[in-house]
Ligand binder design. Structure first.
Ligand SMILES: *[C@@H]1O[C@H](CO)[C@@H](O)[C@H](O)[C@H]1NC(C)=O
Ligand SMILES: *[C@@H]1O[C@H](CO)[C@@H](O)[C@H](O)[C@H]1NC(C)=O
Ligand SMILES: *[C@@H]1O[C@H](CO)[C@@H](O)[C@H](O)[C@H]1NC(C)=O
Ligand SMILES: *[C@@H]1O[C@H](CO)[C@@H](O)[C@H](O)[C@H]1NC(C)=O
Ligand SMILES: *[C@@H]1O[C@H](CO)[C@@H](O)[C@H](O)[C@H]1NC(C)=O
Ligand SMILES: *[C@@H]1O[C@H](CO)[C@@H](O)[C@H](O)[C@H]1NC(C)=O
Ligand SMILES: *[C@@H]1O[C@H](CO)[C@@H](O)[C@H](O)[C@H]1NC(C)=O
Ligand SMILES: *[C@@H]1O[C@H](CO)[C@@H](O)[C@H](O)[C@H]1NC(C)=O
Ligand SMILES: *[C@@H]1O[C@H](CO)[C@@H](O)[C@H](O)[C@H]1NC(C)=O
Ligand SMILES: *[C@@H]1O[C@H](CO)[C@@H](O)[C@H](O)[C@H]1NC(C)=O
Length: 703
């Protein structure tokens, strides 16, 4: 690590001695987002990674029905009634020729269109409900409020909102319990005493009609299609919500005297009216089983829990502080720091659960609320690199263990060994039917990256044991999927397959650059792992790893796949994810590669790629490549690219192609920054441009 004195910092980036510990609280708090009106697209959120509550400017969901989403809340539409298509068991998918044999793929079958679509759209994630201020039945809009001030306190996970209504001030504090799916709320206002202010609770129906439900999830005007019922007692109420075969509960507990009533008319709206105090606190817990009236804890207790959890979150693990940067780079450094801090907050709220996050986290629904196995890497690898192991451990490797049986079955049905990981998943591990879903392969080596990173931090027997099964099954599939090509004497990947960029003809796609490099990386780790365990390395793994097709080169560049016609002069191919550059930066350099060819490829991507159409993790991918090629300036420019935006609350803007938020942008940016802060073999300390002042704590070298 380079240690340069303060005096010379205008000409070089430097890392300060770890002796001067970063004042993390002050850095974090200086980026608390503040609003004086609701955003039309994004809420402010409190949450815990498995549960998130999105609020408008009142701190609740008074004017805008932002969402309350969880890892566990899902719903199925009723099954189609089309004869022969009334159950998932009726669905067969399609078979495609694959190296001379017909292999079944989970693709929508036009002869089974209804059940195919049902399986794509079901189950979908549900919005658990809405909580808002109730103004004694008056019709009030945000325009009726004045002196609005709202701050999200990142260091404690507390959302504080205040405003005046009809000349009287109202303040609302909201936190989420770090350990259960509960929000806790404190309201202070003279209006409470006058019974001009209360709280409403409301519940939407769910449907798989929309692939994307943003910014709001759920159907509010189909009140006949679902039912709610309430029991209540002194200080508590239990609302049961039934949507077809999904049933869950909302337990509300309050302090002091209040009256719970509802539903109003034919709606599912209930009202909690405090009587006689100027301060009112309540908690609202959502859960599956009817666990009765056990207590959630008070607002004060959950507030303390939240403070403690968030303090530990910020103080543990790695931290990056760019705020000491002065001079011409200051604006960029502060913006990058803002993105970093807000991303860290939002990822802990939206993407740190039992299951990997959907691309839109727990903010709204994308792809029906499902999550994608090829994205696991982007969603989760940054936790490892930032030393947030307890969050990584929530998901991994448990998720792979859980999906192992269905993945072994998938491989078996297709005539392969081992486990073939699906793509677009629900919590059960079924991959949604889809041509791309069934033919993408770059999710397959992710377990090796996760396992090896974990082993580099915790080189223990227990790490080896934890991942062994998953790695063996992953490698078995990878070895059996590779096809021995008699005429060329190498193992081919595909066809049919889709590469990372999803825009080539799957029946023509063979030996894509990124997948070949990643296959090699995975099989090499598989081999290392067996040796560490003192076990024999299956000969097939070695044979495939040693004889994979070479990375495809054309016109002295690495191309998307072997034989792709004139790719640099065809806009179809200079579009979407530029994954060829992922082999040098995102992945460690492959054992056999040519640096000149990597540089030529980079030059062509910079010249020809449709970068305005790139989105999300493309920019961090390019940043990691630029950094590894010795151009940290360029890396920073990618991370601040005009097509890579984060809004005032830090939500990654979807851009032209997907709704906001698109969280892989946030997590991949943190991964790129971890790499730049921790360096890599052969680099010397943090790799930031000259003139940046970098304080980095707790990062380790990337591979
Ligand atoms: C609201 O906040 C914006 C942005 O921070 C600011 O420009 C504007 O002046 C504020 N409006 C009021 C009424 O305070
Ligand atoms: C939805 O249906 C599928 C297939 O029958 C089932 O596996 C899953 O558990 C159901 N999910 C919900 C939330 O009802
Ligand atoms: C690929 O080949 C299969 C036959 O094996 C065919 O059914 C399918 O339509 C082809 N797909 C494309 C995109 O050409
Ligand atoms: C607004 O406040 C005034 C006096 O403070 C009161 O007379 C009036 O009823 C209030 N209006 C509403 C809608 O609460
Ligand atoms: C419910 O609202 C949606 C969206 O605004 C609208 O398209 C639909 O017609 C409404 N349905 C009913 C039954 O009112
Ligand atoms: C509500 O139920 C009716 C009658 O079954 C159905 O026609 C309608 O599509 C349902 N609404 C939604 C949003 O699913
Ligand atoms: C063997 O490799 C060549 C070159 O990639 C390819 O054209 C041919 O189709 C492959 N053979 C088989 C049987 O897949
Ligand atoms: C190589 O580049 C030339 C000039 O751009 C082009 O005409 C040719 O088709 C390219 N060859 C391949 C295999 O892409
Ligand atoms: C570009 O590639 C696409 C897909 O293979 C093809 O249809 C198209 O004709 C090509 N365009 C040119 C200009 O070669
Ligand atoms: C790398 O590629 C360049 C350009 O094709 C070539 O001149 C050089 O010999 C290659 N280097 C190695 C070590 O293969």
């Amino acid at each position: 690590m380079v240690l340069v004195s303060i005096a010379s910092l205008c000409s070089t980036s430097y890392a300060e001695s770890p002796a001067t510990k970063i004042d993390r609280k002050s850095v974090v708090s200086s980026f608390n987002p503040r609003r004086n009106e609701s955003s039309a697209t994004t809420p402010f959120q409190v949450g815990n990674g498995d549960f998130a509550f999105g609020a408008d400017v009142t701190g609740l969901q008074t004017f805008q029905p932002f969402n309350t989403l969880s890892s566990w809340g899902w719903h199925n539409d009723s099954l189609p009634t089309t004869p022969g298509q009334t159950s998932p068991a009726d669905y067969t998918g399609l078979s495609w020729w694959t190296h001379g044999r017909l292999v079944p793929y989970a693709q929508p079958n036009p002869a089974e269109a209804d059940i195919s679509q049902w399986m794509v759209a079901n189950p979908h994630r549900i919005n658990l409900g809405r909580i808002g201020l109730h103004f004694a039945g008056e019709i009030v809009t945000e325009q009726d409020l004045s002196d609005i001030d709202q701050v999200l306190d990142l260091y404690t996970g507390t959302l504080r909102s205040s405003f005046e209504y009809n000349g009287t001030s109202v303040t609302v504090k909201v936190v989420a319990d770090p350990h259960s799916d509960t929000v806790a709320v404190e309201i202070e206002s003279q209006l409470l005493r006058e019974q001009k202010l209360g709280v409403f609770f409301d519940y939407p129906y769910a449907s798989g009609k929309n692939k994307f439900d943003a910014p709001y999830v759920g159907v509010w005007n189909a009140t006949d299609n679902h039912t709610t019922s309430m029991q209540w007692d002194e200080g508590k109420a239990l609302i049961q919500h039934d949507l077809d075969s999904t049933t869950y509960f909302n337990r509300i507990e309050w302090d002091g005297k209040a009256l719970m009533s509802g539903p109003i008319g034919t709606s599912h709206r209930y009202v909690l009216q405090p009587e006689g105090c100027t301060s009112f606190t309540f908690t609202s817990a959502y859960f599956f089983e009817d666990s009765g009236f056990t207590e959630s804890g008070t607002f004060d207790k959950l507030s303390t829990e939240s403070e403690r959890w968030w303090r530990d979150y910020w103080e543990d693990g790695a931290f990056l502080d760019l705020t000491g940067t002065r001079g011409p780079n200051k604006t960029d450094a502060i913006e990058l720091q803002r993105r970093t801090i807000l991303s860290q907050y939002l990822l802990a709220v939206n993407g740190a659960g039992h299951d990997p996050a959907q691309e839109s986290g727990l903010t709204n629904n994308g792809w029906y609320g499902k999550f994608h196995a090829e994205m696991f890497h982007w969603h989760l690898a940054h936790w490892q690199r930032w030393g947030k192991w307890s969050l990584f451990d929530r998901t991994m490797p448990g998720l792979y263990q859980r999906f192992l049986p269905s993945s072994i079955e998938r491989a078996e049905q297709q005539g392969y060994e081992g486990a073939r990981w699906g793509k677009m998943s629900d919590p059960v591990g079924r991959s949604a039917p889809g041509e791309i879903n069934s033919l993408l392969i770059w999710q397959q080596p992710h377990p090796f990256m996760f396992a090896e990173t974990e082993y580099s931090a915790f080189p223990t027997e227990s790490t080896l044991a934890k991942w062994e099964d998953i790695l063996v099954q992953s490698a078995d599939f990878m070895a059996s999927f590779a096809f021995w090509n008699e005429s060329t004497g190498v193992y081919d990947l595909g066809p049919p397959m889709y590469p990372v960029s999803e825009n080539t003809n799957p029946n023509a796609t063979i030996n894509p650059t990124f997948e070949l490099a990643y296959w090699k990386f995975g099989l090499d780790i598989a081999t290392k792992w067996q040796k560490r365990l003192g076990k024999a390395v299956p000969a097939k793994w070695t044979r495939v790893a040693m004889n994979l097709a070479p990375l495809p080169i054309s016109n002295e560049t690495y191309v998307v796949y072997e034989g792709i016609p004139d790719m640099w002069n065809n806009q179809t191919y200079t579009d979407d994810h530029p994954a060829m550059l992922g082999i040098y930066g995102w992945l460690p350099p492959p054992p056999a590669f040519n640096l000149t060819i990597v540089q030529n490829t980079r030059d062509m991507v910079y010249e020809k790629w449709n970068l305005p159409n790139s989105y999300g993790w493309d920019f961090p991918l390019l940043a990691m490549n630029a950094a590894r090629l010795g151009d940290p300036d360029r890396a920073i420019r990618f991370l601040l690219d005009q097509h890579f935006q984060f809004d005032d609350a830090g939500y990654p803007v979807g851009g032209a192609r997907v709704p906001t938020p698109y969280f892989p942008s946030s997590s991949s940016m943190l991964l790129a920054l971890a790499m730049m802060a921790g360096g890599w073999p052969g680099s010397d300390g943090p790799q930031f441009p000259d003139g940046w002042t970098v304080k980095a704590e707790g990062f380790t070298e990337a591979f």
